[in-house]
Each structure stands twice: as C-alpha cells, then as structure tokens.
Design a protein around this ligand. Structure first.
Ligand code: CP
Length: 313
C-alpha cells in the first residue's frame, strides 16, 4: 500500500466509485474490526456521539440488521425508518424526506431504495454521508465488499481467481457490485443465466458471458448463485421454477466440474431447491453464513472510514 494513501470518500454509493486501493484498504480495515464482534463486550467508543439513520424503502434482513449492529458496536446512536411507516406513504418525495432528515443533523444515512440512483440523489441534497444499502438493480456496494472479504479470507487472495456468478444477472445489484469489485481486484468473472436475465453490455463491467452454467462453473474457485429478483420483473423471464433449477440451479453434480476447493456463495435470501440445492447451501463448500458474519465487519469499516477515521471529522 502506498504510504501516501488516504481514504477520502464521504459517501459509499457504489464500487464503481472505488479504486482497487480503496477496496484493499476497506478489506484490511474490516479485518481489523472483525475481532470486536467475538469479544464478550462487543462495543468500542469509535463513533460515540454520531447519529446513523437507516432509511429502508425495501425489505431487508441481513443488510439492515448488520448495519445497525455495526453502528451500535461502534457506539453510534441509530434510528430506523421503514417505508411502511415513513411519510413517503403520504406522498413526500425522497428529496423532501432528505431535507427533513438533514434538519435533524444526522452524520450518516444508510438507504435502500427500489430506484437506481436514489442514494446519489440523496447525497446531492444533504450534508450527511450516504451509504447505498442497495438501489434498484444498480449496486449493493457493502454486499460486494463483504463478498470480496469472504473470498480473500478463505482463499488468501482475490487476484487470479475464477469467479462464476449464476442466475438473474440483469436485476441483481449484488451481481453488478460483485462483477465490478472482483474485476477491479484482478479476478476473472464469468456470468451465466437465462438469456432473458443477461443484460446487454454486462461484459463491459468486466464479466465473461458464458452460454451455459457448466461453462461458467468449469474449474471455478468460487461459485455464486443469485436470487431470482421477482420484484424487479414485470413478466415471467423463464417458463417454470423447475426448468430454472434444472438449467441454472447449483447442485452437487454441477459442482463436480468446479475447482477441487471451490467455495459456494449466495447473498441471500436463498430460494432453496431453485437457485441452490439445500445440501449445497448447507454443505462443506458453503460460506454463506461467513458472508453474513463478514457483513458486520465490512459495515463497521465503512461507517468508520467515511467519518474520517477518527470519528471526529
Ligand atoms: N443480501 C441482502 O441484501 O440481504 P437482505 O435483503 O436480507 O438485506
């Protein structure tokens, strides 16, 4: 790492905005924070006096909870707003909501929204730092980072690895962040899925499009399945779930052609028996719960770094 390097991002809106040095620095910072979560007293004073608002306009279990746990473990004050209980239900615009939140002087707003670009819109209208917790089909940067951390932890490196991402690439913000992140860190990314779920131009992000699941998985070091994003599809994009599972599901048989130490990932939530067989999801190659554990460390690192690293800027 260059001695002059300094993390200088106020917002985390997408991995598209981060350099490989930024990503490396975030992964190393997260690694140093991970140990806090295994202490008997899981709390450090780093963000004492800081206010973090979680503004979630879409459902979430892992992301919302791990951001909240991360902020609380760093002693920040946290507040949650869900779409169903916010004034968005009464027609308030996102910008008006942002201006009203700013009037209460928060330090960080973590936002999940169905519209791509809404975290950037928010960042342009408020004083606080903004973290994108998933915007439409655009990006899910903290998920991309926790996936990178999990691979680096398990394999000791990212550069040179073969990463197969299978499923609904078109509607998956995780796929977009992972393709950008893994490519920037020197991995070879392959994608496969039904033709209706492969967006044109995905190769420009750094992924090789494979005709079949088998071509993507061949010799892969990492096999990641994605959830079918029904909430972002207007018409059915494949005939039946049974056919999807037969052509794009990850089974033990499919994994036979992967590398001997291939690990299996899924961002969750999993549709068992569709994207992945239960014996694969729960099997020895699976690191799905390690991904969740690392999510807390990555989110602690992001909160810490965007606050200027001493929590006082
Ligand atoms: N991986 C992920 O974003 O999960 P949640 O929707 O539960 O947050």
């Amino acid at each position: 790492m260059d001695k002059k390097y300094r993390f200088s991002h106020k917002h985390i809106l997408g991995l598209e905005d981060l350099s490989s040095a930024d990503i490396d620095f975030i992964l190393n910072t997260a690694d140093s924070f991970k140990e806090i979560s295994s202490r008997p007293i899981k709390k450090v004073p780093t963000l004492r006096g800081k206010t973090v608002i979680h503004l979630f306009f879409e459902p979430s279990t892992r992301t919302r909870l791990s951001f909240e746990i991360a902020a609380k473990r760093m002693s920040a004050d946290t507040f949650n707003i869900a779409a169903s209980t916010s004034s968005a239900q009464k027609g308030e615009t996102l910008v008006d909501t942002a201006r009203n939140l700013t009037a209460m002087n928060p330090d960080i707003i973590v936002i999940r929204h169905s519209s791509s670009g809404s975290p950037r819109l928010l960042a342009n209208h408020i004083k606080a730092s903004v973290i994108n917790a998933g915007d439409g089909a655009h990006e899910h940067p903290s998920q991309g980072l926790l996936d990178l951390m999990t691979v680096k932890e398990q394999k000791g490196r990212i550069s040179g690895l073969k990463i197969a991402i299978i499923g609904d690439i078109a509607h998956s913000r995780v796929a977009h962040s992972d393709i950008i992140g893994f490519s920037k860190m020197g991995a070879e990314v392959r994608v496969s899925g039904p033709a209706t779920m492969l967006p044109p131009g995905i190769d420009k992000l750094g992924a090789r499009v494979c005709r079949t699941r088998e071509e993507a998985v061949e010799d892969a070091d990492v096999v990641m399945a994605l959830r079918i994003q029904k909430e972002r599809q207007t018409d059915p994009l494949f005939p039946t779930l049974r056919e999807y599972a037969a052509c794009f599901g990850i089974s033990k048989k499919v994994l036979k052609s992967a590398g001997p130490d291939a690990m299996v990932m899924h961002p969750g939530p999993i549709n068992r028996g569709v994207e992945m067989d239960p014996d694969v999801a729960d099997g020895r190659r699976s690191v799905i719960l390690e991904q969740v554990t690392n999510g807390v460390a990555i989110r602690m690192a992001l909160l810490y770094l965007i606050m200027g690293q001493d929590g006082n800027e």
